[in-house]
Design a protein around this ligand. Structure first.
Ligand code: NI
Length: 268
């Protein structure tokens, strides 16, 4: 059984001491490919260095909405150039809108729209972060779709909104990725979303080092724990773990255009 963790941040300090042990555990858990997200382009060198050590790692490049104060037109050009500089880049992001605690919306809009354009031009998916901004996001996507006559493949990462909101994203043909939040006692609304995403649009992730699933909640999260996410999502959808793993792995291969066969040994 193989799993793909579609959203990790392994360059953060919390992994600097024991990445080899963390990697052993993800391989034993059956995780044979991972997508490394990017909060700001300055991280890209560190991400490449980790991918040099772990060939199962694929990369995204982009600017997170909560770092939007850094946004300039030149940064858009930098993201586009970095995305073309390394074959391991399979996505743009993470980008999006986060109005939970922010005053400055205009830079978030500018950065998001430009990154959607880059993803569309390069035919790569865009990894989207959306918090307290679902309405505005749907609006932006409709506008951009009209202007570009299409949208890039969109991945809603770490979905934690309502089922009604997720329906609007499913109508826009989004992939929807679920994290350890699905295992939290209070996340009934998120489990409703899990139940309604089409089978060919479902993805799983850890968003590590954040959001460790039950029974690891409160600890540092790591890619091996994506298995707990998979188990809970399988249960909600009435599938075996193997069926869910197969479905989400095929979806990730398709969405990120990952190479079909991994050179890594297959874990149990
Ligand atoms: Ni992230």
């Amino acid at each position: 059984m193989l799993l793909i963790d579609t959203h990790v941040h392994l360059n953060f300090d919390s992994f600097s001491d024991d990445l080899d042990a963390v990697r052993d555990r993800w391989r034993r858990a059956g995780v044979d490919r991972l997508i490394h997200s990017c909060v700001e382009p300055s991280e890209f060198g560190a991400m490449q260095a980790i991918a040099d050590r772990c060939p199962e790692l694929f990369l995204a490049v982009g600017l997170h909405p909560l770092s939007a104060e850094q946004w300039t037109e030149a940064m858009g050009d930098e993201i586009e150039q970095l995305a073309q500089s390394d074959d391991r880049v399979v996505a743009i992001g993470e980008t999006g809108l986060d109005f939970f605690k922010t005053e400055d919306r205009s830079r978030q809009f500018a950065a998001f729209e430009r990154q959607l354009e880059i993803a569309h031009t390069l035919d790569k998916p865009v990894i989207i972060h959306c918090r307290a901004a679902a309405c505005e996001m749907v609006q932006v996507l409709h506008n951009v779709r009209e202007r570009l006559r299409g949208l890039p493949r969109c991945v809603m990462h770490c979905w934690a909104g309502t089922a009604d909101e997720v329906k609007a994203f499913v109508e826009l043909d989004f992939f929807v990725s679920f994290s350890g939040i699905v295992t939290f006692k209070t996340a009934e609304a998120v489990r409703e979303s899990v139940a309604i995403v089409p089978s060919d649009r479902l993805l799983i992730e850890t968003d590590c080092p954040f959001l460790a699933p039950v029974p690891h909640r409160g600890k540092r999260n790591e890619p091996a724990f994506v298995r707990s996410v998979a188990e809970r999502v399988a249960e909600i959808r009435g599938l075996s773990l193997e069926e869910l793993a197969h479905q989400t792995t095929q979806n990730a291969l398709h969405c990120f255009k990952l190479p079909q066969s991994s050179s890594l040994p297959i874990c149990s």
